[in-house]
Design a binder for this molecule. Structure first.
Ligand SMILES: Nc1nc2c(c(=O)[nH]1)N[C@H]1C(S)=C(S)[C@@H](COP(=O)(O)O)O[C@H]1N2
Ligand SMILES: [Mo]
Length: 214
């Protein structure tokens, strides 16, 4: 009887492979997909405005708020900071999830080491150059999988996915991963960003289905 198991598993794997248009079988495992999500192959660009453009020599990342060392980083300075690679699934609150995106960039921990946030920091506001904002809880901002990404899947970050730099917080819904990153503000008080002010959840944990505030 033991031969039946691999045969059945094989059929199921094949069926899932066809149903997802070629996504790996591993991506179909329910434990990896938060409730209310479905797998798609690629991230779908979502923007509140036109995709902004900037020449790298003019690029600055502003770091300010409740920190000991506020300041600005140029593109070259960012590339001289520690670099990391993070492979993670990406979950959009509208219901799509992409498995195994590979992001490269500066771990948020390196930014924390640089700016020395005050002990009472509880939130970070990430600013997009086109006017987007989002509030991110400080624990998720600085956890080991969060980064300021400048590469995606082995290539420079495409314009529509946030070039030249975006925040990536894989532990939260994708709207917390601000594209076209221009500034990070560290807060000891509470303030909402663009979608949070319109009813979206302040934390946004996909594993708790924190889509909207109740
Ligand atoms: N600057 C900026 N960042 C943003 C957004 C935006 O409109 N502007 N949209 C957010 C939303 S709602 C999602 S789902 C993701 C989508 O990432 P993608 O466009 O790379 O697929 O970006 C997030 N980051
Ligand atoms: Mo989104």
């Amino acid at each position: 009887m033991s031969f039946l198991f691999p045969v059945r598993l094989g059929r199921r794997a094949l069926a899932c492979h066809e149903a997802t248009g070629g996504l790996p079988y591993r991506a179909m495992m329910p434990a990896r997909l938060p409730v209310g999500q479905r797998w798609v192959e690629k991230p779908i660009p979502y923007d509140i405005g036109p995709v902004p453009d900037i020449a790298l020599p003019r690029f600055r990342l502003r770091l300010f708020g409740a920190v000991g060392h506020p300041g600005e980083l140029s593109w070259d300075e960012l590339l001289r900071l520690p670099q990391t690679t993070v492979q993670a699934d990406f979950h959009c609150v509208t219901g799509w999830s992409v498995p195994d995106l590979v992001w490269e960039g500066i771990p948020t921990g390196a930014i924390v080491d640089l700016v020395r946030p005050h002990p009472g920091v509880t939130w970070v506001i990430a600013y997009g150059r086109e006017g987007y904002t989002t509030n991110v809880p400080y624990p998720q901002f600085q956890d080991a999988h969060s980064l300021l990404a400048h590469r995606l899947n082995g290539a420079p970050l495409p314009p529509e996915h946030g070039a030249p730099l975006r925040l990536v917080v894989p532990s939260l819904y994708a709207w917390k991963s601000a594209k076209y990153l221009s500034a990070l503000e560290f807060l000891t008080s509470f303030r909402r960003g663009h979608w949070e002010a319109r009813g979206y959840h302040d934390v946004g944990d996909p594993w708790r289905e924190e889509r909207f505030r109740s």
